[in-house]
Design a protein around this ligand. Sequence first.
Ligand SMILES: Cc1ncc(COP(=O)(O)O)c(C=O)c1O
Length: 408
Amino acid sequence: MSKSESSSQKAFFARIEILNRRIQEAKKHGLYPYMHSSDAVDGVHITVQGQSLLQFSSYSYLDLLGHPKINAAAKKALEEFGTGTHGVRFLTGTTRIHVELEKKIASFKKTEDAIALSTGYGANSGTISALLGRNDIVISDKVNHASIVDGCILSRAHFVRFEHNDMESLEKALAEAPKKGTKLVVADAVFSMDGDIVNLPEVIRLCRKFKALLMIDEAHSLGVLGKKGTGIEEHFGIDPAEGLIDIKMGTLSKTIPSIGGYIAGNTKLINYLRHSIRPYIFSASLPPASAAAAKTAFEVIEEETWRVKKLHENMSYFLKTLHVSGFDTLNSQSPIVPIIIGNDTKALEMTRLAKNEGIFIVPILPPAVQPNTTRIRTTVTAGHSLQEIERAVNVFAKIAKSLGILRP
Ligand SMILES: Cc1ncc(COP(=O)(O)O)c(C=O)c1O
């Protein structure tokens, strides 16, 4: 580094250096838990360096990854269209399969129309920034996903955060918002780090009272909540036909074993978004094989109703056994179950020891979560057996006791 470098340049290089040192240090001690290159993966297992592990970190909530009907649909589309489209959706990248996928999403979510994008990230960031501008107000739950936060920042709207799932805080934010401009409230349906569920009835009531639009991110509730797995409205017994959620966002990369994101809503809104979401207009289209896989996955959810039932049974059993063992799982009511460790080194050590016992889990450290809430973020799927769940919880409890996380 030359002497003439300013202090901000030094700080810039120091940041890079510090992170690199932390990574090297963790790798040296066998504690680096990220970016494993796996040889095989499904909703229950993962093979890493020849070792097949039972995994409790998959988003394949209904265990649809590798489903024969979904694979067959992807293969057929691959043979028909090849591996990509060489185009953005807006220009040359829309195939018959994309249109069919959007119709399927709209019918599953009971909306007039839907738009499919190449990522959920783009669906959130692109939609919020397309809808709002400098004179508008966006009010977002404090622990919403990063793609929502980035959309809020990109929009240049007045950006307010309310305390996590705290309805008094939301009401205060709405009441204090400038009177002029469009107000948009946005929240995850199931919060991706904590696994708790948004208080939708109250959020809807407040949005109506203060004439705010509502956008809900169903990345982790699609296929998960409600008896049929249709999501957050079904969970609360709200009729989608009432149109109480203006903008319904979801991903095609979690329960749906593909890639992509969608926005479902009324015809005029979706038509507007088709002509204004930047990731839709300026970024390449979702590959036809991925679109075909996604469309077929919605059909499988409707046909194989046992999957949602089994997921709900597994969720209850997993939470119950973790609580009996003495773990703090915050207020999780979903397949995402945080096991609070509160200490980064212990969380990394727990991850390593669990792998030695044949169980694959991932730790989540600050800044992704609040300091002192370092956790192992576990997920359970419809593919796990009750015996596998029990085995995993026994392993977690044994390790947690050995590390002083739980009392012996
Ligand atoms: C709540 C939430 N919204 C949006 C996204 C982004 O979705 P994708 O990974 O499909 O881009 C994620 C991804 O993890 C998420 O958890």
